[in-house]
Design a protein around this ligand. Sequence first.
Ligand code: FAD
Length: 466
Amino acid sequence: MPTFRTLRPTPTSLFPDRQLMFRRRIAVIGAGAAGLVAARELRREGHGVVVFERGDSVGGTWVYTPAVESDPLSLDSNRKVVHSSLYDSLRTNLPRECMGFSDYPFVAVTGNSDNDQRRFPGHPEVLRYLEDFSRDADLNGMVRFRTEVVSVEMEGEGKWAVRSRKIDDGLTGDESEVYDGIVVCNGHHTEPRVAEIPGIEIWPGKQIHSHNYRIPQPFLGQVVVVIGGSASAVDISRDIAGFAKEVHVASRSYCLENPMKQPGYDNLWLHSMIESTNSDGTVVFQDGSSAHVDVIMHCTGYKYHFPFLKTDGIIDVDDNRVASLYKHVFPPFFSPYLSFIGIPWKVVPFPLCELQSKWVAGVLSGRIALPTPEEMMEDVKVFYLEMEHAGRPRRYTHNIADYQFEYDDWLASQCGYPPVEEWRKQMYESTAKNRIARPESYRDEWDDDDLVAAAHQDFKKFLFSC
Ligand code: FAD
């Protein structure tokens, strides 16, 4: 894969000495990691902030629930949506030092034996961190819980009508208010993408998307095909292998001529993609092998979804490209009054959301200037053309794995902040290498203790000041 770069100099300028020019009333949609840090940065900049959250607590994705949706593939548009896609056994795939916000280290809380002290902790520890962050930054009072945004519509330049409804309230109807700006932080791990499988209409087995996977016990004695090569596919296939009769992982990443047994397992095989599915229940793989299968599990990712945005098609999701966003944040012709935090993927999300939020907050106050809408649109067009020339599919528009730290550093430079810490960059790389070298045990064995020490040295300035 060629290194994909889009960060050219832009006419953006920075005025660090300038007094706050605008104090705006901003609606933030969602109180996950992105919405929380956006709220903090907007308030720091002097804006008035209301955070709308349809759940009853902060944390978004990290609020685990055993509940799943009525349609295991989540295709039914009338289903009751469950937000989180976490499975019970989930541990982070990034080390905690790397994951946390820049000035609020994600360190283990000592002195309570119930706390998860591990470097790659289970999901309750991440939720604990986000709850602590929200409490310590005094954000809870800004959040309207159990309040879903149902529509956001422009009323005139810089004015947005926000319609929201209380969930399960029964007493109040929809509420309409006007805001100066909207910051969209609604997450992108809730609306499943399902694989297209030849012959699936006549195949008699069950299908489920990983969004609705929680525990492996229901797969006891079954033959399961897991589609996908992502972290979830790797975790879930191993989780299920402890109970299922056989697990077959089919992925584009494996170009295999024959099925390969996963070392350390006697019932887990890796295959190339599915060739066909048949009415007798068999699944045939492109490597020529086949199996009689009970369940197909789609670990095939998610779609961006903004059902509340009424922008007359000006913002469009096409093959998982949110078009058009300048630097993955600002739609040029709605900027700076509409912005999106947390769109890039294959990244370290919390610090990235923090930098995007600082940028948005500074632009909204007029302290940081944006190029003109025409210049931003031109930048986006060049970016799309570069993708096309590099042969990158449209659905990878927001996959910035190849340049995430360059992107972070660019954001930091716009805001007058220092670049991302060197230890964080190196730790991300060393974890990626370790994950390949020790796929089964990378969360418990590593070789980068020097980077952990550097991180803790850096954290001292924040921990002592708390
Ligand atoms: P979310 O956490 O999804 O929050 C969005 C919020 O918006 C939710 O609270 C939702 O209720 C609310 N909302 C949505 N629509 C509306 C509406 N219309 N009105 C009001 N509220 C609304 N990241 C890591 O750093 N490390 C990991 O190890 C890691 N593992 C992951 C494993 C899985 C299985 C998944 C799915 C993700 C993982 N991530 C991981 C990425 C994770 O998504 C981010 O860490 C982060 O939680 C994203 O935060 P967010 O605020 O953008 O979205």
